[in-house]
Design a protein around this ligand. Structure first.
Ligand code: FES
Length: 359
């Protein structure tokens, strides 16, 4: 296939960078420590209004915001034990959403408030945007089932879709052009499951770069893994002969094809006080580095009109990321309903582009 034919053969992605679509998965809600026992708060996640509360058993519960009686916002209600009582007429709902008390009736009626699967990890509360979680919470593959220390970086808003912002760590060309970092980068990739994929590379620091002169005596190569979950959360693992640290960037789609993001810095827990101190310093330094790194790419993604019209070989990893995303279950912003047109249901998921490029 020549260049011209390849350009003509491209499909329009059905999920990637779609202003009203995201994939079913786990998404961040609020940091765990922002929700105390007996507290209830309003939150808006992926366009849907929700209420979140923490009962006396310390478990976080996420429910649809509006009371199934007359629509009062349940974040104005009160947490009683593990249950939530609506402020308006005092109907009470348990943590599974069943109505368990209506003050003016002897018996509650059969009505149920919609609840959403909720979990906590890395100091964050997460919600699954479907009925039953089919995959795990985003986790650092190197630290699966290990205890971690975490720190939060700066929150941010950016004028691009989460899927587009996500491609930055696998955009091989920009390491040279923007960061003046590497002489050559090749990514290998491996799918962990239907919703997660890892890209790996080893960066040889270019001898001409300022960074090379600063860190070359300490780190000859930097191994970098980028693990993507649900096309909207990535974890960049940086490993040198001196340290290993993980930077999670978790994004949610906003109306207008924008993103709101959280940065979580993660390191494996170390046993003693010196280990604790080491991690504090490591995470603090990573926070400073991440701030500059994210500032750089936000500069691009605040103004970009993302449209990969002319891919070349160096964009191969981005195309693989898009194709991985296109196989996942698309949901609509606000309703969280399945997003499929009739023609999409009839056709099997297509590869967005073939592996050929324009060079
Ligand atoms: S609106 Fe909630 S109990 Fe009436």
């Amino acid at each position: 296939m020549n260049v011209k034919q390849n350009l003509i053969s491209t499909h329009k992605p059905r999920i990637f960078n779609h202003p009203e679509r995201f994939v079913e998965g786990w998404y961040w809600v609020i940091p765990s420590k922002k929700l105390r026992v007996k507290e209830v708060k309003p939150v808006k996640v992926l366009g849907r209004e929700l209420a979140i509360y923490r009962g006396k058993d310390k478990r976080a519960v996420i429910v649809d915001a509006y009371c199934p009686h007359m629509g009062a916002h349940l974040a104005q209600g009160k947490v009683e034990g593990n249950e939530l009582r609506c402020f308006f007429h005092h109907w009470q709902f348990d943590e599974q959403g069943f109505c368990v008390n209506i003050p003016c009736l002897d018996q509650p009626i059969a009505v149920r408030l919609k609840t959403w699967p909720t979990a906590e990890k890395y100091g964050m509360i997460w919600v699954w945007t479907g009925d039953i979680p089919k995959q795990p919470l985003p986790f650092v593959p190197e630290l699966e089932n290990k205890e971690c220390d975490v720190a939060f970086g700066n929150d941010f808003l950016v004028n691009s879709h989460p899927n587009a912002v996500m491609i930055n760590p696998i955009d091989a060309q920009h390491f040279n052009t923007v960061h003046k970092l590497a002489s050559k980068i090749n990514f290998d990739n491996q799918e962990i499951n239907q919703n997660a994929i890892i890209f790996s590379n080893t960066i040889s620091i270019a001898k001409s770069s300022i960074l090379f002169r600063l860190i070359r005596p300490l780190c000859k190569n930097i191994v970098q893994n980028i693990c993507y979950w649900y096309g909207s959360t990535n974890i960049v693992t940086v490993r040198t002969n001196l340290f290993q640290v993980h930077i999670m960037v978790a994004l949610r789609l906003l109306e207008g094809s924008k993103s709101e993001g959280k940065v979580i810095l993660i390191s494996q827990k170390r046993g003693d006080i010196s280990g604790w101190l080491y991690n504090r310093v490591l995470l603090w330094l990573t926070k400073i580095a991440a701030r500059y790194w994210i500032k750089d790419y936000l500069k691009i993604f605040q103004t970009i009109n993302f449209d990969l019209k002319t891919p070349i070989k160096a964009d191969h990893s981005i195309i693989q990321f898009v194709n991985h995303l296109e196989q996942q279950k698309p949901l609509m912003l606000k309703t969280w309903q399945l997003a499929r047109s009739h023609s999409e249901i009839r056709e099997p998921p297509a590869t967005w582009r073939d592996s050929k490029s324009n060079d």
